[in-house]
Design a binder for this molecule. Sequence first.
Ligand code: NAD
Length: 296
Amino acid sequence: MAKIAFIGLGNMGGGMAANLAKAGHEVLAFDLSEEAMAKARDKGCTPASDAASAVKGAEAVVTMLPAGKHVAAVYAESVIPHADKSAILIDCSTIDVATARDVEAKAAEAGLTMVDAPVSGGIAAADAGTLTFMVGGSEDGFGRAQPILDKMGKAVIHAGGPGAGQAAKICNNMLLGATMVATCEAFALAEKLGLDLQTFYDISSKASGQSWSMTSYCPVPGVGPETPADRDYEGGFAAALMLKDLKLAMEAADNNEAYTPMGAHAEELYSRFVDRGGAGKDFSAIIKMLDDSWKA
Ligand code: NAD
């Protein structure tokens, strides 16, 4: 079993680090939050006094941090200067493609192997060890990261070279944001046209309008499988995080001259929803904004 440094023990990282410890790895854990550190200790991780001491001597380093600026700073200050040359570095945070490529290049200059491995699946999947990882990096890096990621997920897919994991993640989530808005609009219109919403679901879920947003994450309470809509949109995937991913997608589109008008519109709608107090609600709650009272 390996000695693994884990930095960033928040909503996602806490469960992921616990699963590595449960699998028998020695997990040296660090977070700026005392509370997160205490929870990790209770779940079998060994608290480290700072990120650099967790990294020293570790065979693998896993990071799960909020955004690109945190990843760039932690790798520059604590990971790259202190990691063993034989260690595999795995960043699971969702960050912009440009920063992911830049940090991986800096690690490579220092003779270190790094992969970007963002996840699909929320806090429940992180706790249950059923995340999907999309991995960017060399074949060698992927091969070394895979056995570690396997302990935290149900699928580990090699997306391509450095930054490809982040690219796959933001393209997927741009699609998710746009299909959720379209699904919400379709249900709102169906209601105004006098359709019974369960009946509309039964039809559309078997017709060409079907999507994951409809059949796995239906935004209408009491329709389809149990979803956050049935819990007043609590839990699930916060609208603020959907907005974060849409902003990353729009940034990447701008930097690469891609025309993404549906993605841009989804970003604008989620931005409006978050500004109006929806940040902490599941992203399917945007259906509420389609009420007349919410119109701009
Ligand atoms: P979070 O805010 O709960 O956790 C981030 C943790 O990083 C916090 O505990 C914070 O204290 C810690 N941290 C920040 N700077 C640090 C530093 N310099 N050193 C050590 N620790 C530091 O966020 P989260 O929900 O766990 O998300 C983490 C990443 O996963 C994000 O990039 C997010 O976009 C992505 N993600 C989240 C979800 C989700 O459902 N929450 C789903 C998929 C992907």
